[in-house]
Design a protein around this ligand. Sequence first.
Ligand code: GLU
Length: 420
Amino acid sequence: MPSLNDGASARIEAALAHIDISDDIAQGLAQPDAALKVSVPLRRDDGSFALYPGYRVRYDTTLGPAKGGIRFHPDVDADEVSTLAFWMTMKCAVMGLPFGGGKGGITVDPKTLSPAELERLSRAYIEQVADFIGPDTDIPAPDVNTNPRVMGWMADQYRIIRRAHRPDVITGKPIEMGGSRGRTTATGDGAFHVLATMMKRWSREAAGTTVAVQGFGNAGVRFARLAAEAGYRVVAVSDSAGGIYNADGLDLDAVEQAKSAHGAVTAAEGEEITNADLVTLDVDILAPAALESVITADNAPAIRAGIIVEIANGPIAAEADGTLADNGIVVLPDILANAGGVTVSYFEWVQNRQAWYWDAETIADRLEKRMVEATERVAERAETLDIGHRTAAYVIAIEKLDQAAEARGTSAFFRGDDHR
Ligand code: GLU
């Protein structure tokens, strides 16, 4: 079995110090329910043949079918997928969605593939995992380097295999193939709702508040846009090639144009900075929106932002938690801050199952309501227990799992000493 990374285990431990749960659920949280490793075959355009390692993990299904994205990245391995699937378990639980947690991935750099190769690889992955996933068991979605088109190929391949339309097997599909309105922007929208809810609680204004966004993908761009529209000053953004900084605020239209024309935000006007520089900028809000572990024990002492909004999954290594807390830095944790994506995925799944599609306004309203309510729950728990928001979110999620385990009967019940 693949294992959880140490950081995830440390966060479970931190939460367990504040709640009294059955040992049954604590045991279950330590490893995934099921993990599949496959070899994904690809006929390259030049006629050569290649095999890529592929994974799908169902971490926990106590609250419903496993749910979580599929990532294409050269660093994907069994333990990473497993840890990401664990985070999905916590995320769905904290949001009150009727899902467990799953994740998948292929160890590949998609930039080395042609569009036709990418299609063949996406379909071949579904060939390999078709019996492991399913609309009632495990429902994939996009993640790093995958998008609606890839989900469309995958859903189509599942239809071919099953000889039946099952749009509810995958979320994040193109709208024309049963996707939901608002899914593409959902992660950035959700992160912004979380921030806005907290700013209101703190009675803080957007005007004069500076923001740096590390990662200029789907979620990072949307969050930067919403922040700028709401009056925040977005002073820095970056992508994998580096970043740009302008103390007066960036022209995001120009940055997006530069990115689409030249493939890098550094082609836009502004002072060039590295990703490492961006993370330690003297800003009010830092939003890491790319990959895991950009903030570690090494650079944590140098972080000057007062608030970190974790739009990526796992951007802060657990080893950095203590330093950030000691320095009074508030972290709005990934399992809450980036949960907008899976929340609209849930709406998509519901719409697919009912074959009844909602308009954009309904989606936006329902997303906002759920994000605001979840943020309030986490903030209130953090205050009551006098703990950080991450631990509070874990406490809420683990409690939810515990209640579901309790409903089925835990060790105490079967021993006969549980009088509930
Ligand atoms: N990959 C996204 C995440 O990490 C979305 C998952 C989903 O929609 O199922 O939350």
